[in-house]
Design a protein around this ligand. Structure first.
Ligand code: PGA
Length: 262
């Protein structure tokens, strides 16, 4: 079987302004050639999607640099009276190929449950967008030795009812909540252990071949100086990067470690 794809995504969250978003995009696009073998995704705030698409010179979702565009969140509804929401078709319309779903900030601050993440995941797949489904335990849950149970419940709930083909198209991001934005990164062993469990669970949800194809990213304080050891783990296929994705050089340095790990 071909080697799994490696994918590094930048989650800009609610940061930057129009000019800074364009400058960051240009910086990433200019350096992307140095990270061959790794797919790069930029996930700007929704109001800057079109500006980033233009800076990437996107056409049909493809750019000369190979960098693609993703949303940070979307509605599970196709259209209609849902003030403030964005549909999967709208993300596609402005050039997105993927969308982050069920990020821990969405789960904890905006009440997203596994059921909601599941309906969004199905809506993304049905529309032709790649979902980046986030899971991860809190510090309390880890300290209570409940990491495996919590992550497994999130995976089962968020991915319920997906066919093997849909699972193969889905990206999973394991992001321990205690590592997000805190500077506390999971050790490579801690991250690998959870990634291996997730892959085992995917094999039982679908089959071993499908599980072997699924890209599982690690997220939570990934920086240029800790990316190499994470990238060296057999089941860590990329990263979902928050803070360090706001600097082109840092984001590219992280991506280059995943390129070098092949
Ligand atoms: P961080 O965020 O890299 O700033 O920890 C990661 C994320 O929330 O996806």
């Amino acid at each position: 079987m071909a080697a799994r794809r490696r994918i590094v995504a930048g989650n800009w969250k609610m940061n930057l302004d129009h000019a800074a978003a364009v400058a960051l995009t240009e910086g990433v696009a200019a350096g992307a050639a140095g990270c061959s073998g790794v797919e790069l995704i930029l996930c700007p705030p929704a109001v800057y999607l079109e500006a980033v698409a233009a800076a990437l010179q996107l056409a049909d979702g493809n750019s000369p640099s190979g960098v693609t565009l993703g949303g940070q969140n979307m509605s599970d509804q196709p259209k209609g009276a849902f003030t403030g929401e964005i549909a999967a078709a709208m993300l596609l319309d402005v050039g997105c190929r993927s969308c982050i779903l069920g990020h821990s900030e969405r789960r904890t601050l905006f009440g997203e449950t596994d059921e909601i993440v599941n309906t969004k995941t199905k809506a993304a797949l049905a529309a032709g967008l790649t979902p980046i489904v986030c899971v991860g335990e809190t510090l309390e849950e880890r300290e209570q030795d409940r990491t495996a149970a919590v992550v497994s419940e999130q995976i089962a709930g968020s991915l319920a009812g997906l066919s093997a083909a849909d699972l193969a198209r889905t990206i999973i991001a394991y992001e321990p909540v205690w590592a997000i934005g805190t500077g506390k990164v999971a050790t490579p062993e801690q991250a690998q252990a959870v990634h291996a469990l997730i892959r085992q669970q995917l094999a039982s949800l679908a089959d071993a071949d499908t599980a072997a194809q699924v890209v599982i990213q690690y997220g939570g304080s990934v920086k240029p100086d800790n990316a190499a050891v994470l990238a060296a783990q057999p089941d860590i296929d990329g990263a979902l990067v928050g803070g360090a994705s706001l600097k082109a050089d840092d984001f590219l340095a992280i991506a280059s470690h995943f390129a070098a790990a092949d």
